[in-house]
Write a protein that binds this ligand. Structure first.
Ligand code: G3P
Ligand code: CA
Length: 318
């Protein structure tokens, strides 16, 4: 392309050049922070091994995950551990090991993670509930996960229940960023083999990390189906853009509405969908077909899946 300079047209030329440079830089790449269609192992390879155990993370790495996802909780002694629920009973044998240490809420017994020290949590079996062959698997600390994954894939930590932990005297965002700093992973590009992306359903948690704690790491706002009207509009996206680099909608918000993906991209936001599971491929024949459709026809940037081995590698530009 030739650009003809005219007297007084210097600004226009510079603008055109800047546009060309931007287009060249973006060509063949995904929307930041992704460079290609991206596979995030949801709670590890949690379709094949107990979620949030080192076994599930190892399998995710073996299956070629670009990122491995930890959900974060905080122990009584202030340690970040990898677990989806704020309570221990669904994925461990806490009821047997600590039968009297529950709280009752709404007539149900719960064993809050934050009522137990790390030493106590390390006594729990986090594998048998999934399959007896995983008996003895433990709840990992986030540090243990970093040690396992570092250099082999990226990490995609989620702040879970940050307001709940705030009300219990913990500062989840600071704990997370401090731990990343200790591991020298707190800056974008600090370890090229271990990119970090932070996600949360809490806009306030992301806002705090972006504005108050001034992280430059990519931040993804997760969006539940019931919050689609709030965030999956031009107005919502412009607000999200003030503190997040991308959106992480439930796939139901995108299915049948491909225009929201284009809208997000036009506003400079990436789109990361959740959650793709072999056991529930929805209206598709297989979860591979389902991921292929959303990645390549709807053009989302990344997917969370329990089944990294089903990621459509050949057609997803890998
Ligand atoms: O973080 C993306 C997806 O994992 C959100 O759902 O409940 O599995 O954390 P959840
Ligand atoms: Ca999650």
């Amino acid at each position: 392309m030739t650009i003809h300079a005219r007297p007084g047209g210097k600004t226009a030329v510079l603008t055109a050049l800047s546009l060309i440079i931007t287009l060249v830089a973006l060509s063949g790449q995904g929307h930041p922070p992704y460079k290609k269609k991206t596979l995030i192992a949801h709670r590890g390879a949690s379709g094949s091994a107990p979620e949030h155990t080192l076994e599930a993370y190892r399998l995710a790495l073996a299956q070629g995950a670009d990122f491995v996802e930890p959900d974060l909780q905080i122990t009584r002694d202030g340690v970040l551990v990898c677990l989806h629920d704020l309570t221990l009973e669904r994925t461990t044998d806490v009821e047997e090991v600590f039968p009297d240490r529950f709280k009752t809420e709404g007539g149900e017994k719960h064993w809050d993670v934050s009522d137990f020290t790390l030493d106590e949590i390390k006594r729990l079996d986090a594998g048998s509930w999934f399959d007896p062959k995983f008996r003895g698997a433990r709840v990992p600390t986030f540090q243990e996960m970093i040690d396992l994954v570092r250099g082999r894939a990226g990490l995609f930590p989620e702040t879970k229940g940050p307001e709940v932990y705030g009300s219990r005297g913990f500062d989840m965002e600071r704990l997370l960023l401090d731990l990343l700093r200790k591991n020298r992973l707190d800056k974008p590009g600090a370890d090229k083999k271990t990119p970090i992306v932070i996600q949360s359903f809490s806009a306030e948690s992301l806002r705090k990390m972006a504005v108050e704690l001034k992280t430059k790491l990519p931040l993804i706002l997760l969006v539940e189906p019931q919050d689609g009207k709030r965030w999956m509009t031009a107005e919502g996206m412009k607000e999200a853009r003030q503190f997040a680099t991308g959106l992480g909608p439930n796939k139901a918000l995108v299915d049948g509405n491909p225009e929201v993906v284009k809208l997000a991209h036009d506003l400079g936001l990436s789109v990361t969908l959740w959650t793709f599971r072999a056991k529930t491929p929805g209206r598709f024949r297989t979860v591979r077909d389902e991921m292929n459709y959303f990645l390549n026809e709807i053009d989302v940037d990344a997917v969370f899946t329990d089944n990294p081995d089903q990621f459509p590698r050949q057609t997803a530009g890998r």
